[in-house]
Write a new protein. Structure first.
Length: 145
């Protein structure tokens, strides 16, 4: 019998399921891209923050702050580097302190000696004034060094 059936349908209605699928795929792709970008941002920040902190602490040590420490306790390569850096700065601080201790003692002794000389000079000046006053009163000078 050679029957042929012809069905007519609006083009919009015919492609509506394909359009919905396309919209869904674009939304899923964009959501996935946003999730991947967020994950990359978190991971990169987590990796670079300790390095930036180490660079900041290294700058402090370079400026003479030998008590600066990183204090990172992680058990990865960055943690090992941070612990080694902290040990290095601790040893450096001890060696600088031991090197500077005699210089600090000399500076303290020099300051004490200068204060003693100044005090002696004031005493001599006061002694002269007392002797001058005694002479004005007609009494013999009693005070001399």
């Amino acid at each position: 019998m050679g029957w042929i059936a012809l069905i007519t349908q609006d083009v919009k209605a015919a492609f509506a399921p394909a359009e919905r699928l396309k919209t869904l795929l674009v939304a899923v792709a964009m959501g996935t891209a946003l999730c991947v970008m967020a994950a990359v941002l978190v991971v990169s920040n987590r990796m670079t923050r300790p390095i930036v902190n180490m660079a900041r602490i290294a700058g402090e040590v370079a400026q003479g702050n030998f008590s600066a420490r990183i204090g990172r306790a992680a058990h990865d390569e960055l943690g090992a580097l941070a612990r080694a850096f902290d040990q290095m700065t601790e040893r450096l601080e001890k060696s600088v302190v031991s090197r500077d201790a005699p210089l600090n003692e000399i500076a303290a002794r020099t300051a004490v000696e200068a204060a003693r000389r100044e005090s002696n000079a004031r005493i001599l000046e006061m002694e002269k004034e007392v002797n001058a006053l005694l002479q004005e009163l007609g009494r013999p000078a009693k005070y001399s060094s």
